[in-house]
Every structure is written in C-alpha cells, then in structure tokens.
Ligand binder design. Structure first.
Ligand SMILES: [Zn+2]
Ligand SMILES: [Zn+2]
Ligand SMILES: [Zn+2]
Ligand SMILES: [Zn+2]
Length: 688
C-alpha cells in the first residue's frame, strides 16, 4: 500500500471512528443540526475557533457564533406521559389472557398497564394498584413469589380498594408459604381474615373465604424453612491478596506505573496465577443502551421480569423499588424530561454518559471543585470526580474539526442539561436563552472534556447469555451498555490480554486469564484479539479508534491467527536435554537434530501426554457444567503450559484461556434463555 495513501485512509478511518463516538445512528437530528451549523460558519470563524486553547474558551467562543443561535432550538422537557385509560385498557387485555391461562401474555399486558398507570392523585393511583394486584396473580402462576409479594405490597400502598384487600393478603400468605416463610405467611393469613370484615361479600361467599383462609393458615408447619431459591446476591468477589492500600477497588498484587510511552499502566506487584480476581469496580457512571430500555433495569442493568416504571415518564423501567428510587432521587430526576430528546438526537451512548457524569452528581459540588480541578490536583478516590476529570483526553493530538464537532455536541448536551433543571436556570430558556453565565460555560466545558476522555476510557458492559443451562458452549455476550471505571481505565491494551472481564450488574470484575510474573505489565483487551484479526487489521483499528500503535507481544512478533497456530504436540515434542527438534530413529528411539543425542520416545512423550490429559480433563469438566472445578483445572493447565512454552501462541493454550474466560463469565450476571422469564415492558415503544 502506498504510504501516503495509507495515511490518508487512516485519517479518514480515524475521523469515522471519532464521529462514531459522538453519534451512533445514521438517523437522529443532531447530524443535520451539525451540518447546518457547519454550512453557516465562515472560514474566518473556523480559523478563530482553531486558536482557542482550552475547552472553556472553545465553548465560550462557539456560544457567540451567530450560526449556533440561528440553528439552536430551545428545548422543553418532554416525556411520554401516563394515561389511566390506556392502563385500564391494557389491564383488561391482561385479564383476558389470564382467563385463557396465557400467563406470559398476561404478564406482558400487565407490565404495560403498570407502565401507563399514573402516580399523581390518590384516585388515579387505584389504576396502578389494580394493575399491580393483577400482575401479582400472574407472578404466582409463574412461581415468581418474591416479585408477587412485592407487587402486592406496592398495590396495598397505592390505594387498592379496601373491600378486596382480603384477596391480596390471602395471596401474600400463599407466596410466603411457598417460599417457606411460615411466620410471615401466618401474619398475612391473619390479616386476610381481618380484612374480610371490610369486604362486601355476601354471607355465604364470606363464609367460604373464611374457611379457605383458616384452612391454609392451620396447615402451616410450626417452624420456618425458607427455601433457598437462588436470589441474586450480587456480592462482589474478594480481591487477590486483599484490597490495595491506595488504588481503589484493585488487588494488592497490582501496582500502577507511569512512563512516557505507555502513560499509566498496571504491572504485577507479585506473581499472579490464572483465575485470580484483580479488580472489582462499580462504574462511576453507566448508561444502558436505549435499545435495552424495555428489557433491562435502567439502573442496575439486570433483565426485567416484572418491571416498575418511573413515576413520571413511560420511557425507563426498573427491576425494584430500590433501583427506581435511587435513580429517581439522583440522575433520573433530571434526565426524565430529556430522555426523548436525547434518543431522537441520535447521540451516541458516550454522549449520554458525558451527561450522566454530571447528572449523577450535584451542581454545587462541580462548582466547588472547579479551582482544584483546573489546578490539576488529583484526588485518588474512586468516587471522586477528579478521577474522571484527569483521565487521558489526548487533546494535543485532536484535530480542529474534531474539536469543533465535539464542542457542538457539548453545547447540545448543555442545552439538554438546561432544560432538565440541573442548572437551576430552567426559567430562563425562553426569554433569556442567549445568555450564558461563567459557571454555565464551565459546566459545558466539562461536557466537552467528558466527550474527549470517554472516547478512550469508557468500557462496554456485557450480559452473559447462556442459551441453555446445560450447555456451557452455547453462550454469548450481549452488549447492553457502557460505563466509566476509573481504576479499570488504567489498564493498557494487549492483543493477547492477560485478564478476562465479567459483570455483576454494572460492577466489573477483572480476573487474570494467564500467569503474570512480578514486574510484568498486566494488560486487558480493547477489542482486537490476535487470534481473530491479522496484525495490520488490529493495528489499524487501534490506531483509528484509540490513537496508539500497539506494541504487544503478538504485534511485535506478528503471531499467527488461530488457523495458523501450532498445536501443543508439535511444540512440546522435543529433545528432553536441549529442547531441540527430534527425528524418529525407530519405534523406540528418537534423535535430537540439534545436540544429536538419542532419547527414548517414551521419555519424550510422557510429559506431553500428561499435560495433554490435564487439558482434556479441564475441557470435559467444563462441558459437564462443573464451573468451579473447571476453573481450577484449566488454570493449572495454563500455568503449567506457560512455564513450558513461555510466551508462545499455541492452539490448546489459547482454547484453555478462552474456556477459562467462559467459566469465569458464568460468575457474573447471567441470563439463561431457556429458564429465565423475561419480557419486554413494551408500550414503551420509543417511537410512541
Ligand atoms: Zn435494578
Ligand atoms: Zn422518568
Ligand atoms: Zn497488539
Ligand atoms: Zn537436544
């Protein structure tokens, strides 16, 4: 390839990659909005923009451009609202499916009914209460007792008609009974009996109910025996050697280094074996992909079964009251009214996180930290914003056009932020939209900074999907969101990674997937793996997307991709004395082609057969689904192989590392397609 041509192509490619970090969809109005601004900006204005040295100055300058104000529309918060009528309609459809014993369809309709149900007045809340109560009945049929109890409790809190409360308490008793919670079941049945007094049942029906409930209560065993139905504990695993004294969320066996070539990166502070936990980190901020809004919890990213909506909008859903309230009391109180604008704009998920980093915090904290941040003072605490602020932006390598586009995305996000009320200046967006305060320029400049640093430091969040619980190989990882993890962000890339990732909700767990010796770099993988992509492709994609030239062992030695890799036998069969290649003399002996010594074939073969059988065992155990044991055996195999062959690409070694990765993946949030209930909350169709 012609060098100059190659460079030209690369620049285009980098440009394309860079654009994709701003905007993912071809549709969406931001693209047209930006094009229209570009049309109106004169050559002189662009020259003037290029002279601006800081993000603050870039924002301030662009705010003065007539093009911005001619094109800019002021936003009003808007959301797809609730409707008691729609809720009732869908509840009726749910009832119909319920009568026909189509419980899954009934659940879908009740989910929609709940999404539409308003929260505002007490009277309206009854719509919600009825939908929740009906859903609890379906959940009982689907054996989701825990969720059924929660829905009953919420229904009772939401003005459920007093006359029918006995039914809900009776159902609650049944659920507790099924879960082995006898004491709770007894209380629920007793309350159900009390509630009968308020019912408007006729005498005969009343007596029937009383007898049924009393019978259920009397049949309860005397002692409790809670069933151990797997409830997701989401407990984070322990770090190898305990927590690091200064690096938040990292193992004591890591240490952070810095130099001019590699920036900040981790090395092993002590020898690390495969399968060890090196980092467990909750994201500083994470955003769910809009395409997953109806299937996953907006806050913790688990699959939804019986979702709860936001109390105001119909755009986002939560797995629990806790998630709903945590999001609602922090970022979603601002984002509620701008979710639709952001979706319609076609902004990339990175743009959403750029905003989320602010909305999850408090305006006054950002304003108070300004001087410290601008002085470059880093506070080494994972929950401290300065850890985000000081991540690499590569601003010195950024083109003027890139800065220009990013500045306008930042200004667009800033206007969303204004509309959201986060800036506490909502009243001004109509009469006073052209004014901007110094504090506001600073906040917009933070958005511009986020857009730069997220390009290089954000991580995709995946869900581990097992198509069939019995089959370990029928798995895939599905991209569901993006997060920013300040500790993980310091891992450098290698096309032959040293670690594997899995997720517990949104928390990322990093484990070693090979042996790493003290002092060696510990690297993760940003995308291209040497076994799947040739050197030139890897280098191009890393240079285009992350702006660096990879110098990992696979790149430096141009390792073969999977198809060209030697197998274990061909590498391990060698002279026991000098490890030179051997040639067969007869069926018993072989001769070394290097040192010319003869050895017994048996002596040559024995170690190879031993390690080979360890490999086979590891794979077999994994296929039988004994994950813990497979992790142990595979880790041992990897460790032994690596002492024998050091740093060589060998097919079985690579497959064992992949298998280890797979097994570790099952420790994270897992979705088993055949046994897991999961439904779209629909009705939340993003185009409604
Ligand atoms: Zn959740
Ligand atoms: Zn909302
Ligand atoms: Zn590489
Ligand atoms: Zn030899």
């Amino acid at each position: 390839m012609d060098e100059i041509d190659g460079l030209g192509q690369l620049t285009d490619f980098r440009r394309l990659c860079s654009d994709l970090t701003l905007q993912t969809k071809k549709e969406g109005f931001f693209k047209d909005y930006l094009a229209s601004i570009v049309d109106q900006v004169s050559e002189e204005e662009f020259q003037e923009f290029s002279k601006q040295q800081t993000d603050y100055d870039r924002i301030r300058y662009c705010w003065t451009l007539p093009a911005l104000h001619k094109t800019m529309k002021s936003f009003r918060p808007s959301y797809r609202g609730k409707s008691a009528d729609e809720s009732a309609k869908r509840r009726e459809q749910g009832n119909e499916a319920f009568r026909e014993k189509d419980y899954r369809k009934a659940l879908v309709m009740y989910n929609q009914s709940i999404a539409y149900a308003p929260y505002s007045s007490l009277l309206e809340k009854t719509t919600l209460a009825l939908a929740l109560a009906n859903r609890s009945a379906v959940l009982v049929h689907l054996k989701e007792y825990q969720l059924a109890v929660r829905d009953i409790q919420l229904s009772l809190q939401s003005n459920y008609p007093e006359k029918q409360r006995y039914k809900l308490y009776d159902r609650m008793g049944f659920c507790h009974q099924q879960m082995g919670e006898t004491a709770k079941a007894r209380v629920a049945y007793t309350v159900a009996l009390d509630c009968l007094a308020e019912s408007d049942l006729e005498l005969h029906a009343l007596e029937n109910w009383r007898q049924t409930i009393e019978k259920s209560r009397s049949k309860l065993p005397s002692s409790s025996n809670p069933s151990n139905k797997a409830t997701m504990t989401n407990e984070l695993p322990e770090l190898l050697g305990g927590a690091h004294p200064t690096i938040a969320n990292a193992s004591r066996n890591l240490s952070l280094k810095m130099d001019d070539n590699c920036g900040r990166y981790y090395v092993a502070a002590d020898d690390i074996k495969p399968g060890q936990t090196l980092v467990c980190e909750k994201p500083y901020a994470a955003c769910l992909l809009p395409g997953k809004f109806t299937s996953h919890c907006h806050h913790c990213f688990v699959r939804l079964i019986a979702p709860l909506g936001c109390m105001t909008c119909r755009g986002v859903f939560y797995c629990s009251v806790e998630c709903r309230d945590e999001a609602g009391s922090t970022y979603h109180q601002y984002e509620c009214g701008i979710v639709d604008i952001l979706t319609a704009s076609g902004s990339s998920i990175l743009s959403w996180i750029a905003l989320r980093i602010l909305t999850k915090g408090k305006l006054e904290d950002f304003l108070a930290a300004r001087q410290q941040l601008e002085k470059g003072r880093l506070v080494q605490q994972a929950d401290n914003y300065s850890c985000i602020y000081h991540l690499a932006t590569l601003s010195h390598l950024r083109s003027d056009k890139d800065f220009f586009d990013r500045t306008f995305m930042a200004l667009f996000l800033f206007q969303c932020l204004r509309a959201s009320g986060f800036l506490q200046t909502r009243h001004r967006y109509e009469e006073d939209a052209l004014n901007i305060t110094d504090d506001e320029i600073y906040i917009a400049s933070l958005l511009l900074r986020h857009l730069q640093l997220l390009q290089f430091n954000a991580h995709e969040i995946h869900e581990f999907v097992q198509l069939n619980e019995k089959n370990m190989r029928s798995t895939k990882t599905v991209y569901i969101g993006v997060g920013i993890y300040p500790t993980v962000a310091f891992f450098n890339h290698s096309c032959r990674p040293d670690v594997a990732r899995y997720f517990l909700g949104t928390a990322m767990v990093i484990t070693s997937s090979r042996s790493i010796r003290r002092g060696q770099m510990v690297a993760e993988n940003y995308g291209p793996i040497f076994t799947h992509k040739h050197l030139a492709d890897r280098q191009q994609s890393l240079l285009g997307r992350y702006w660096f030239q990879c110098k990992c062992p696979a790149c430096e030695n141009d390792w073969p991709v999977y198809d060209g890799m030697p197998d274990m036998e061909s590498v391990l069969i060698c002279c026991p004395l000098c490890r030179g290649p051997v040639q067969s003399v007869n069926s018993s002996y072989a001769r070394c082609t290097k040192c010319k010594k003869q050895s017994l074939w048996e002596a040559i073969r024995r170690p190879v057969d031993e390690i080979s059988s360890l490999y086979q065992t590891g794979m077999r155990i994994m296929d039988s689904g004994q994950v813990d044991k497979a992790v142990q055996v595979l880790s041992l195999y990897i460790e032994m192989m690596e002492t024998l062959v050091d740093d060589l690409p060998i097919r079985e070694l690579f497959l064992a590392q992949e298998a280890l990765r797979l097994c570790l993946g099952t420790y994270g949030t897992k979705y088993v397609a055949t046994s897991h209930l999961s439904f779209k909350a629909a009705g939340a169709n993003l185009n409604v």
